[in-house]
Design a protein around this ligand. Sequence first.
Ligand code: GLN
Length: 509
Amino acid sequence: EAIKEKELFGHPMGLFILFFTEMWERFSFYGMKALLIFYLTKYHLFSDTAGNLLIGSYAALVYAVPVIGGFIADKYLGFRKAIVFGGVMLVLGHLGMAYEGNAATQSVTGEIARDNTALQVFYFSLALIILGVGFLKANISSLVGELYKVGDKRRDSGFTIFYMGINLGSFFATIVCVWLGEKFGWSYGFGAAGIGMTLGLITFILGKNYLMGKGESPVPEFLNKVSLGIKNEWLIYVISILSTVIFWQMVQRHEAVSMSLMIAGAASFIYIVYYAISQLDKIARQQLFALTILIIFTVIFWALFEQAYTSLNLFADRVLDRGDIAAGTFLSLNALFIILLAPIFAWLWVKLGKYNPNTAVKFSLALMLVGLGFGSLVLGINASGLGKVAIYWLVITYFLHTCGELCLSPVGLSAVTKLSPPKIVGFMMGVWFLATASSEFIASVLANIASVDTSNGTAPDLNIAKESYLQLFEYLLYTGVGFGVLLLLFSPLVKKMMHGVDTDDSSAD
Ligand code: GLN
């Protein structure tokens, strides 16, 4: 007799296991990321430009490797095993970050002496995190999709709930880890991230039964077979762990990262076209192409949005009239707004019924909103006279950015699981994150428009800093709005290519 699936709030119990696992994973991820630019510029005395580029390279790899992690899960491991493996790597990586070493020093002549051992431990920890996210991030999102049958009306709201888990983690992280890091030292902030990830891994392992056998390997016999003296499953783990050496080296070389992104992007694109032509009928093919167009536009969205952890974080530190509030704390506004607004947006989409804008229109709104968010800072800087910029301008920025994110990110995840042919969902989820990867790199290059010279070891002049942020934010304002309008013009075509999948879920059941 079949066991009836346990439900909670009308959703499969498995959703809540994934919710809490991802909540802790994102706690560790964002807690660490919020501290990163300050750790680099204030502790290891990196220039703004070098710090931004390191974050760009790291974040690009973090979101690029899920393509490989997704592919390996689709073909061999299944989502569940991939997530456990990724979780273990993440625990190791975040705990490695807690090793601090010595702060860099600057002599009167301006020469900087850095603790190289500490830096190499740091780069290697980043490599472990890159591998870990690579195996976890896309696969846990795909597993959310697996919990629902094709046409299940609960799918979108399932993703919205999941997305709130992501942001609950990010909210606490940007408060707790930033506070610990500021008050007690870097290793406390980074260490807290490691503890969070450990809790996430435990949640996932203990919650296994609630997944009802979803996300298991498509080829269990293959995994158990022995080649080269060990089981194939372990062979996959060993090879993956060896690959950390590559990431360890790459994260220190941003040209290598940008080159790899271009190659990975081109290769994925060719594979998608090849797959669409050789394996799919006309409708499925057009749906896959529609998804691909949407994914390309997300590159621009995230390139603007991801200023948060580089230029916006430094802006908050230097230019915002923030009193005693730690600059990184402002990052929690995005997560807070998501938690408050996600249910409203989810409700709104349903409420709008047949007036619910299609995914392409929502994406174009997202682009305009992220651009307008920078418009708020342009106004704020202009209104600040010779003083610092008032906090509420940045609050408005994060509010608009969050509204944009809600029009694009959860909707997009859901669209990936609906518009991809079932056999390559994991891979396409990886491609979704590959787009984010490219934008992370582009974001850091853009952030460098506002790099402020700190080489004489003193805080940058307020008005020089304001001038450079103004230049960057104006540019981002026009970019967001411009590409938003462009996508809006293309949206009827994209909608047609989706063949109703995205607008009328109920017709499929
Ligand atoms: N904030 C979301 C998350 O962490 C989206 C990240 C992204 O796709 N760039 O999952």
